[in-house]
Design a protein around this ligand. Structure first.
Ligand code: NAP
Length: 274
């Protein structure tokens, strides 16, 4: 299942990376799996963090089959103690922690009128509080070693509303990820810790595959000026850049990976681009 046409060029040689939500999707390649796979191909030692050990083991098998170095760490990143153990495991297994990708995310629906309060709390906890908790334990380790790179996975839905039926918990949590990014970039810049954010557009990944009809999938593809479908690999390549020393002067940035969707209006997407 895991494929990609480009081969690694060792851009992350010598780095230790932690990727949350690294387990594979049941029906295709998820973003966490793609990030982990490319990181390993680029020479990083990767700690594959997921609450589902079996799924993370799928990612591990793929990486090891290619000769990469990785291991599974089972954790629920909404729990501070487990995030602490995660950072400690990176150091114990590989001697450091240079890159953290906060990839875990779940969907949440509703407008402010229809939102379920428990769902709001759960989405905020999984999507946003988890970023705070993993960073809380990763930043001191990075800072002690002279710096590192943290990448928070947000969404273009934090910048443009994606539907009138509403995904308020999701979009607000992803907006929080952007604000968290700029705050952390300022507060930890002098420690050499770069913090950036990726805003994916309408990807086709296992998280959303089960929620859409073929017609809706086609509409999402047509929503971008490029008119092509985004995949987990597109986000993963952006992560490789932000994790690498090539991005040594890039911090506090929000990078859309969306085929240009943020440049469009509803009119251009639904009429002129077909
Ligand atoms: P993914 O990386 O394939 O899967 C996320 C993984 O995180 C799953 O294995 C999930 O396990 C795991 N996870 C969930 N809660 C966890 C927790 N508390 N502790 C540890 N692991 C946990 O998902 P994806 O669809 O590709 O999305 C990745 C990121 O991109 C998300 O932040 C998402 O919001 C963002 N994004 C996606 C799209 C899109 O169109 N797909 C668009 C914009 C942004 P379970 O399966 O057990 O829940």
């Amino acid at each position: 299942m895991v494929t990609h046409q480009l081969t690694g060029t060792r851009r992350l040689e010598g780095k230790v990376a932690v990727v949350t939500g690294a387990g594979s999707g049941a029906t295709g390649v998820g973003t966490g799996q793609a990030i982990s796979t490319l990181f390993a191909r680029e020479g990083a030692n990767v700690l594959l963090v997921d609450r589902d050990a079996a799924r993370a083991a799928d990612t591990l098998r793929q990486i090891e089959s290619e000769g990469g170095v990785a291991s599974v760490f089972t954790a629920d990143v909404t729990k501070s103690a487990e995030c602490k153990a995660m950072a400690e495991a990176a150091v114990a297994r590989y001697g450091g922690l240079h890159v953290l990708v906060n990839n875990v995310g779940i969907l949440g629906k509703g407008t402010v009128v229809t939102v379920d309060e428990d769902e709001w709390d759960q989405v905020m906890t999984v999507n946003l509080k988890s970023m705070v908790l993993t960073s809380k334990h990763a930043v001191p380790v990075m800072a002690a070693a002279g710096g590192g790179s943290i990448i928070n996975i947000s969404s273009i839905s934090a910048l443009r509303s994606i539907g009138i039926t509403g995904t308020v918990p999701y979009t607000v949590s992803k907006g929080g990820a952007m604000t968290l990014t700029t705050s952390m970039a300022v507060q930890h810049g002098r420690q050499g810790v770069r913090v950036n954010c990726i805003a994916p557009g309408f990807l086709y990944t296992p998280m959303v595959a089960g929620t859409m009809t073929p017609e809706w999938r086609e509409a999402r593809r047509n929503a971008s000026p490029l008119g092509t479908e985004g995949t987990a690999w597109d986000v993963a390549w952006a992560c490789v850049y932000l994790a690498s020393d090539e991005a040594r002067w890039v911090t506090g940035a929000v990078l859309p990976v969306d085929g240009g969707t943020l440049c469009t209006t509803a009119l251009s997407a639904f009429h002129d681009m077909r």
